[in-house]
Design a protein. Structure first.
Length: 255
């Protein structure tokens, strides 16, 4: 199964980046001479992905409509904008793209994570093909930081096939320090697990966000292979002001 479409969750309000995000979508803030989202689109274009679903809030939609015109001209990627009207977590944001993506393999790219030195998306597409399933990007983090991430438990020390995921565990309960970072390549089998998760959440009025770890664990329990690809390039987390400023200074030198 080939991969030609990506989902980019971009409905967040960017509260950690205020007051800048009162005036422009966080994903379009400049990094060097380019909007941040350009780095994601360049990565996708190198993988011959030609469609991207931007999951937006109502207030950010006009910004993305303007960006979409430039994106098509520059990267040959058609942007499909869909709305997440009631934010209920990352899993819910991805689910908002279901009707556009359909029964296709797809990439999820989190725009806060700008990755350089190697094309992580390309590696994930190849890994998903290799195992006949899905693939997620991972990186070793300090043990003190494991509670900030979804953490991966592999089948054994020498394997990068995932046994299970643990969402933001305390340090003493984390199986490894191998963390999920912002790229995924999913089989369309994920949709049924996300639908079931949302149905359960609404039926029980569960206040917790619908994330991706529970649906991914459900896939694994049914025999679906998910491979963790360890990222060895440079990751810039632009979701916080300090990370954004660092990324701006580093990447502006190269633009």
């Amino acid at each position: 199964m080939s991969c030609s479409i990506a989902v980019i969750p971009a409905a967040g309000l960017g509260t950690r980046m205020r007051p800048l995000t009162y005036y422009v979508a966080k994903e379009l803030l400049p990094i060097g001479a380019r909007p941040a989202l350009d780095y994601i689109m360049q990565e996708l274009a190198e993988c011959e992905i030609r469609d991207a679903v931007l999951v937006s809030s109502v207030t950010k939609k006009p910004y993305f409509e303007l960006y979409a015109k430039e994106c098509l001209q520059t990267y040959g990627i058609t942007c499909h904008i869909t709305l997440q009207e009631n934010p209920m977590g990352l899993g819910h944001a991805v689910l908002c793209a279901k009707d556009i993506v359909g029964n296709s393999q797809f990439v999820v790219a989190l725009p806060d994570d700008i990755l350089v030195k190697e094309n992580a998306t390309m590696a994930l597409i190849e890994a998903a093909k290799e195992v006949g399933g899905s693939a997620i990007l991972s990186q070793r983090v300090d043990w003190a930081d494991v509670e900030k991430y979804g953490i991966i438990k592999t089948e054994d020390e020498n394997s990068l096939l995932v046994d299970s995921f643990v969402e933001k565990p305390p340090r003493d309960k984390a199986p490894t320090n191998l963390a999920i970072i912002g790229r995924y390549c999913f089989s369309p089998l994920l949709w049924a697990k996300l639908d079931a998760g949302l149905e359960k959440k609404l039926a029980t009025s569960d206040p917790k966000e619908l994330d991706l770890t529970i649906p991914m664990n459900a896939l694994i329990n049914e025999g679906h292979n998910i491979k963790a690809c360890e990222f060895n390039g440079i990751r810039h987390d632009t979701g916080k002001m300090a990370g954004y400023i660092h990324a701006f200074c580093e990447l502006a030198k190269k633009n």
